[in-house]
Write a new protein. Sequence first.
Length: 563
Amino acid sequence: MQKLKKALANREPSTHGPMALNWFERRSNKRRSDEPVCYRRSLAGEIADVIPAGDLRMAMNQLWKLRLRAVVRVALGSAAIILLGLPFVDPAPTIARGLTSVSENRSEPLRPPLEYRSANGVLAVTIVAAETRVPLGDRTIDGSTFNGSYAGPILRLKPGDILKMHFINNLPQVTNVHFHGLEVSPQGHGDNSMYMIGPGKTWDYIIPIPKNHPPGVYWFHTHGHDFAEHQVMGGLSGTLVIEGFQDEVPATKPLVERMFALKEFSPSGLGKLNKVPKPVNGMIDTIAGQVDPLVTMQPGETQLWRFSGQTANGYYRMRLAGLKLVEVGRDARPILHPHEVNEVIVGPSERVDVLVTAAAAGAFHLMQAGSATGPAGDRFPRQALAEVVVARNPALPEPAPLGPLVVNAPDQKPVPGDRIAAHRLVVFSEDPVTGLFFINHQTFDPMRVDLKVPLGSIEEWTIRNSSQELHVFHIHQLGFEVLSINGKPVPFQGLQDTIDVPIHGEVKIRIPFTNPLMVGRFMYHCHILEHEDKGMMAQIEVFDPKTGPMKDMPGMDAKPHAG
């Protein structure tokens, strides 16, 4: 460690790459004029480069030489950078000289997922929540899982099926399940985020999937106020797929499909979850429940990679130099105009479908680029997420070229704007002194209904961020149309259920409260779960105008229910 500190202190000034924070400058807190701050602004929100590439490359190479395989914390002055125990890999492709077999690779192969599929119109599954010891790379952590899988089970259903989930809570605390993005009932045994299940108790979720439900990737996770961040970061989430996306994008039908749940864990020295699970205290990023797994492809092959951001707080800003990336879906729905991208950004709760095309044989790395969510937000260090080996497999036929990218999604239509019932302002703010987070100057109250909306209404909301960090707006039970970001119109690409709200910016959305299944009470909130737990959540009730608002529906609390 002393050798590393000495090497850092005596280094030549770096001229590599954009940055938002100069981690290693010891003589001054001012950044050098040759290293510009670069906050990347996009329709998805704001993400920032945070670590100079040259400094990070030099530090990681030093760690490799010193053979430090564990998580290493390098403290220099008041700044600290967490370097995960992996050899540094440059984002540029490493062409595999003489590579003839993936067996020459040192990464652990991608493990097959734990899947449950519906049969005869029903998916009957038992899900057990329990504390679990989980190996993550060179570490073993004390996590919590569904059915023993840190990556989480994958539930596969078809439109018109019924999900019957028998849920057993073997945790020492209360918990529940929310089915993120599903357009189903929030009442009773449905997607009822208000209902809490005590330790040792059980509950049956019975959720009919409408025949016209949008196909795509959804997910399910715990949703208890005050402890959602710790339970989700511990591993309590899984993926839910409504089949049919490949029918709407026919070119994807013959492709290999890979489900990539993105998760984070902040371990203490003993492997338990840190009381303050921040990247500055160390973070292990995983993909499909593994650290730096091996993913195989053939030259010329295109695969469908389906990312789901099952993080409590973290963003994944992913780059894969040397392979072609085309975004074809977001938040479970195909986008109407697929487009090539040079990076894929997946925030908390977001889902992104990407076509990945390999050209020549070689070894490449899917990298988590350094990023930040603003001056008051979190900073995420660079990390290798997966090694991608492209090599000919004689046991498989040569892959066929990708067919024409045609999107056949007739239900992907803009929300009508000719009969807007209400315009609302939703303000996200925070108090750095108390650490509380607010929606319209109020913290979450489980017994308060913040909005009451009659079924059949279409409303336009302006979501405003008055803080120094990014926020992620999400509303349960429905999708919405994004109209503009910071006043700039957004071309319609499809409905979504999450949207990043820029720092000191605003997003305008149009919400259709028109599906009779949504009658009941549910939440809207920031999906950075630290923010949600500290108050940035509110409740809305959609009521049948023929009967009026509900009078006796219980609110969420942390008390266990019988069951």
